[in-house]
Design a protein around this ligand. Structure first.
Ligand SMILES: Cc1ncc(COP(=O)(O)O)c(C=O)c1O
Length: 355
């Protein structure tokens, strides 16, 4: 599909004010955003314009009924400063999976990728050059029709904004296995990247942090024993030489890092099993010394090495080192920065077209 994206540039970029060695987390945004409107049953007027407040009617349906979904991904640069995207088509497909679950319209996947590329091309000077840094990209869609009443909205906005993110130093994390609150139940919205899932996780996460933990380890909604995922990450355990990760059962997010880590582990010769795993099995493995390492996987941090898991009455010591996790993280970063050949064919180069 040929897309005509109208581009209106800022008069003066703010990039010169940014200290790339000290980027405040999540509060710095680039000069422009990609934006597109849904009305009369179709997406119209794709454009890139200066990032600005968007006038919103107080009855905009996303504010009341929560039709809001998002994606998260990163643009990185190779040694020559050429921007690249990691598996952008997977994010485009996942957005539409979320849209289906939330009764929202699909966004054309080719326009998603073209919009991303054009925005990254325009904002290429915002991609931090330091190793481990990236330009975080946040595509999202929400219902902006003013209407009081429970039905699917007829007007939506799709926007992509970008925020430079400094190098992330993975410290070992401590998880709280949550048995009171749940994140997702069968038939719910857990597999969608819906804003409401995150709203429901905020209070339990605050409580876990107050107890000295970094993130919540979510358990199933019925028996509170099957492991689902962690905060904004999927999870892998290495037990007795094999990797186990909870299988997709409709309640965990289909993480793009998860699917990539499965491929990388298999490529390195490890056996990876996608199956249900209980917290009791992890406790048992820790007690009989077969729990070798565990890590979370997600776009924001790549791989987060897990040190401990706390739950009522006990603490599971996982490991003090994660040699395979570290190796996989290095491989992922090497692919994302073009230091090794992209044998999986995951990267898309962003050509210099606009500026
Ligand atoms: C709930 C949840 N699980 C897992 C992930 C990891 O997904 P990805 O690897 O695509 O970033 C995320 C992050 O998007 C998340 O929010």
């Amino acid at each position: 599909m040929k897309q005509n994206i109208l581009i209106t540039k800022v008069e003066k970029s703010k990039v010169e004010n940014i200290d790339f060695n000290n980027i405040p987390l999540g509060t710095t945004f680039t000069d422009h955003m990609f934006i597109c409107d849904y009305e009369h049953g179709q997406w119209t007027n794709p454009r890139i314009e200066p990032l600005a407040f968007i006038p919103t009617h107080p009855a905009a349906m996303a504010l009341h009924y929560g039709q809001a979904i998002f994606e998260g991904m990163k643009a990185t640069v190779d040694a020559n400063g050429n921007p690249m995207l990691f598996r952008a088509n997977k994010n485009a497909a996942r957005l539409n999976f979320s849209a289906d679950r939330m009764g929202m319209p699909h966004f054309p996947e080719d326009l998603f990728v073209v919009g991303l590329k054009q925005l990254v091309d325009l904002e290429r000077s915002w991609i931090p050059p330091t190793d481990g840094s990236a330009l975080y990209l946040r595509p999202f869609m929400y219902a902006d029709e003013p209407f009081i009443g429970m039905r699917a909205a007829t007007h939506y906005k799709f926007i992509i904004m970008a925020s430079p993110a400094g190098p992330f130093f993975s410290k070992r994390i401590k998880l709280w296995a949550e048995k009171q609150y749940i994140r997702a139940a069968n038939g719910g919205t857990g597999e969608a990247k819906a804003a409401g899932n995150y709203a429901a996780a905020i209070r339990p996460t605050e409580l876990a942090k107050a107890k000295g933990y970094d993130q919540v380890l979510w358990l199933d909604a019925v028996e509170h024993k099957y492991i689902q995922e962690v905060g904004t990450m999927n999870i892998f355990f290495k037990i007795d030489g094999k990797f186990i990760t909870p299988k997709r059962d409709g309640s965990i997010l289909d993480g793009i890092t998860r699917m990539s880590v499965i491929d990388i582990l298999k490529d390195k010769g490890y056996e990876v099993i996608e199956r249900a795993i209980t917290i009791d099995e992890v406790i048992e493995a820790s007690k009989n010394n077969t729990l070798e390492e565990a890590f979370g996987t997600g776009t924001a941090v790549g791989i987060a090495y897990i040190q401990n898991i706390g739950l009522e009455g006990e603490t599971i010591h996982v490991s003090d080192e994660s040699p395979v996790g570290l190796e996989v993280n290095n491989t992922l970063n090497d692919i994302k920065t073009g230091r090794v050949e992209d044998t999986f064919n995951w990267m898309t180069k962003v050509k210099k077209e606009l500026v």
